[in-house]
Ligand binder design. Structure first.
Ligand SMILES: [Zn+2]
Length: 270
């Protein structure tokens, strides 16, 4: 049986803050059980270029996303993880859910995750798009978690990407050492716990193999904010936890553009 992948992106997460706060038991448990790798993001440490690199396996020069406006981007030629998994094996079902429109909304400036309308019609690709910029990420992330838990439980897509931005939003408003950031970490951790439980249930009842991946696109300075080249802003990580299978045999230091090819290789393995 092939491995199924659930990639969880948490925007602007200072992992050390989360783990030190005691507010992220699910993250801590997944790190404890899984493979842990550090990752250093390229400058500028912004969401647009960061997620474009993580999700397409391309460097900033290759995808040409330089900021969050995406003008002049090259994403039509830099296929995302879900698309590449499908083109690698056309029986693959894929799912994406995000509240930041550039990642998934075809009417926006991206999207980084390609629309693939034919596969949507065929029931092989599903995209849940919400607008956290307008409606707030605390609320929108909860909707994204609901939709993803439902999709994992009911359909069990082969490759999924789910994205949360409550943490980044809180850090921009209140800094990365304040109560609001810790509260956002707690809420996000609860979403992760719920998704992990949905995956674990499938593993137990259907004997499936899953790989649950956690990562972030950049950290935050203590006062909130990112984009620069300080170690705290560039700090990212990959937690890759096998459920119903072994953890992946990856190095302890990964480049952001290496995640897509590594995941595609795990999908090819039987
Ligand atoms: Zn970001």
């Amino acid at each position: 049986m092939k491995t199924k992948v659930l990639l969880i992106g948490i925007d602007g997460l200072n992992l050390s803050t989360a783990l030190g706060s005691g507010r992220s038991p699910a993250l801590a448990a997944l790190k404890q059980a899984g493979h842990f790798a550090t990752m250093s993001m390229a400058v500028p440490t912004l969401s647009g270029p960061g997620w474009s690199t993580i999700l397409t396996g391309s460097t900033h020069a290759e995808h040409a996303v330089t900021d969050n406006l995406f003008s002049g981007h090259n994403l039509l030629y830099r296929h995302d993880l879900l698309s590449r998994a499908f083109y690698q094996d056309q029986s693959t079902t894929t799912f994406a859910a995000a509240g930041w429109p550039p990642l998934v909304d075809p009417s926006g400036v991206g999207p980084v995750i390609h629309e693939r309308r034919e596969q949507q019609r065929a029931g092989q690709h599903r995209v849940i798009s919400r607008d956290g910029e307008t409606y707030g990420y605390q609320r929108v992330d909860a909707e994204i978690a609901d939709a993803t838990a439902y999709a994992v439980t009911q359909a069990g897509p082969d490759v999924s990407f789910v994205y949360f931005c409550d943490t980044d939003d809180a850090a921009h408003l209140d800094g990365a050492v304040g109560q609001q950031y810790l509260d956002a970490i707690g809420r996000t951790d609860a979403h992760v716990a719920r998704l992990r439980a949905a995956v674990a249930h499938r593993v137990e009842s259907l004997a499936e193999k899953w790989l649950l991946i956690l990562t972030t696109d950049h950290g935050h300075k203590d006062g909130g904010g990112h984009g620069g080249d300080s170690p705290q802003e560039r700090a990212s990580f990959v937690i890759a936890t096998g459920l119903g299978r072994a953890n992946p045999d990856w190095t302890e230091r990964l480049t952001p553009e290496s995640l897509v090819p590594l995941l595609l290789a795990e999908l090819r393995d039987r």
